[in-house]
Design a protein around this ligand. Sequence first.
Ligand SMILES: *Cc1c(COP(=O)(O)O)cnc(C)c1O
Length: 639
Amino acid sequence: MAKNRSMQQWRVDDSVELYGIRNWGGGFFDVSEKGEVVICPQGRNKGPQVSVMEVINGLHDRGYDMPVLLRVENILDSRITRLHECFRKAIHKLGYKGEYRGVFPIKVNQQQQVLEKIAQFGSKYHHGMEVGSKAELIAAVSQFRDKQACLICNGYKDEEFVDLGLQAMRMGLNCFFVLEMPGELEMILDRGKALGVKPNIGVRAKLAVKASGHWTESGGERSTFGLTPAQIVDVVDKLKEAGMLDCLQLLHYHLGSQVPNIRDIRTAVTEAGRLYMGLVDEGAPMGYLDLGGGLAVDYDGSHTNFVSSRNYHLDEYCADVVEAVMTILDEKDVPHPHIITESGRATVAYYSVLLFNILDFSVVEIGQLPDELPEGTPETLRNLKECYNSITLRSLQECYNDAIYYRDEMRQLFSAGRVTLRQRTLSEHFFWAIMKRIAQEKNRLKHLPRDLADIDSSLADIYYANFSVFQSLTDSWAIDQLFPIMPVHRLNECPTQHCIISDITCDSDGRIDKFIDPQGMKSTLELHRLKDGEEYYMGVFLVGAYQETLGDLHNLLGDTHVVSIRIHDDGSYEYVREIRGDTVADVLSYVEYDPRRILEDIRAAAESSVREGRITPSDRFAILQAFEDGLRGYTYFER
Ligand SMILES: *Cc1c(COP(=O)(O)O)cnc(C)c1O
């Protein structure tokens, strides 16, 4: 294991290092002396700490099975505070004249309780919202009370969308219509006239800069949204013609999400600053510069420009942004605009943890290997044994190739009926024994051939986890995003098993076989040996952004339970919000079944079994009871 510590000498600090919790935890998570993951809402070594195991036990006592999505309200609170404090510090230090106005992009997590909390926590900072559709606009307006906060309307807008925004303005909300397409302008002006409201207008710019990263396709000249400089000039001309140039108050751009490199962020702000100045030159009143999202989360804790990381801290981001805007505008004494950012990921990622238990495991079994092969053993099997006996460091790749060749040949011979089941089984044992030897030896090689690098994951134990990747970790499945994953207890014990994780969908894609590592990525995760009669609990961390609404009903595994806790200063905590996960009846109704009709059909089938004399009427009662209970049950594995 790490640093070759023997099992007895394993300490909590070794787990801290192995799983990197202090690198990616944002200060919100740590490991206690007892070897359990603790939540520290006020930071490590500060304020209260709550053990995740204690929360899990409390949930069991209240009748909740795993998996559970745990939300820690204090963390959301703290993230919003940090964002505003960092901007405030940068603004103060640099003598910037505008203010910071954050908005939360609803698409990152649209859940009602999330918006409600953001509206509540954010009110002291006038934290607003960003919407991209009518549904999101309506959701935002229902939570929005702050007349000074910004409500940014992005996305394609039809008349109804615009009307809803105008009505929000009539109620006093500070709503902006951001033009994504040149054609939207005329409609917005028309609707404004019709409803007697003067709209606040913004333009979304297509910047020339394109950031590196996973989700950054929204940037660059070929990006699907936004106006080119020529189109922006056109908008200015149209507004002038209509005598409405005073409506133009905001410039917006969005580079894409999770921008790992601060250099891209700086380049974009600079370009946008120039555009902003150009619009002021044209006589637009302006006043707001909206930098969109992109503020990244360090999922792997490496603090690099790797896609699942970022090479900057929040205070660096804020200082760089404010300084870049200021430097440009001061050239011509243009008044400093209010700076808006639409940080979604960085606001909500830390706030949710997916908790689950391990149901079972499977290992690569290597049976007894005989010293002598009996007479009549096929040549191919003899060759495999020979290969096993002759492994040396210099022949690893050759042995690997041979082993695969002979194993495949044995499989073909078996299909052709020329070797027995036992002979084939023995060949598999030799094959895996060879792989295991190669896996041990290969780490002494200077240059590791690609083939050999993949051996570890094929030899790994498979731990079967009680959740669905498709429902709860969509980005892990769809775009191989890495999330930190680790056990939440037994961290004072040495994890002896190298594992990959499989979910309980029967889909071969329902697995996790890439894990965070300070050196990039690793293909197995160190976990503890399961103990009989004792649950093993794990968590996937930093899942508060984007994972919830993208989830699908693969194998009809539905929404998990969602439980929010709030931690008090004295270390006590309460379960403030509980949302039961989908029942079997719920998910069936999503695919157009009527649960009552289902019971009716099963009742009819049972009754005909009674008529055929297969079951008694009281059997029928028990059967129907079982199906009714089944419909009410959780879609995940229940103990
Ligand atoms: C998705 C999106 C965001 C959120 O980006 P994050 O990287 O999550 O902060 C912000 N603005 C717009 C226009 C978006 O489409």
